[in-house]
Design a protein around this ligand. Structure first.
Ligand code: ZN
Length: 151
């Protein structure tokens, strides 16, 4: 495993749409391992592949230590409620702002075995799902701000 360099805001790749993963190759498995290590090294709770410069629909999230969630080709299949909480991004170090997000979010994706998985999260996990999936479509949390960007 290796720590990869995190792409920062200003790099145009962050505004690009990521492509679906067609086959879970050793290269994808390696990417996921590196993403988990990179996310942990940066003390983040989520990372999208585009943030390490790879335009693939791959996300890792870890809001509960030691329990990383791997999402390949994820889609939001249900959401409910609303929350306005502070959010930040490893691609915008030292910045944060309040966003409006659903309070509960269900995502469907493939895991590293190519098996369909579904997760439902509330609060922080729901925000993480929205934030990381937005990255796959070239969107940043600054697009969902309800106030000023701080920091
Ligand atoms: Zn982010």
């Amino acid at each position: 495993m290796a720590i990869r360099k995190i792409v920062k805001v200003g790099d145009p790749i962050l505004r690009k749409t990521s492509r679906p993963v067609e086959e879970i190759t050793p290269r994808i498995t390696h990417l996921v391992e590196d993403m988990i290590e990179t996310m942990r090294d940066a003390n983040g709770c989520g990372l999208a592949a585009v943030q390490v410069g790879v335009l693939r629909r791959v996300v890792v999230i870890e809001v509960e230590d030691g329990k990383p969630i791997v999402l390949i080709n994820p889609k939001i299949v249900a959401f409910a409620g609303e929350q306005c909480e502070q959010e930040g991004c490893l691609s915008l170090p030292g910045k944060w702002g309040t966003t409006r997000r659903p309070k509960h979010v269900t995502v469907r994706a493939l895991d590293l075995d190519g098996k369909e998985v579904e997760y439902t999260g509330s609060d922080l996990l729901a925000r993480a799902f929205c934030h990381e999936l937005d990255h796959l479509d070239g969107k940043l949390f600054t697009d969902a701000l309800v106030g000023e960007l701080e920091g």
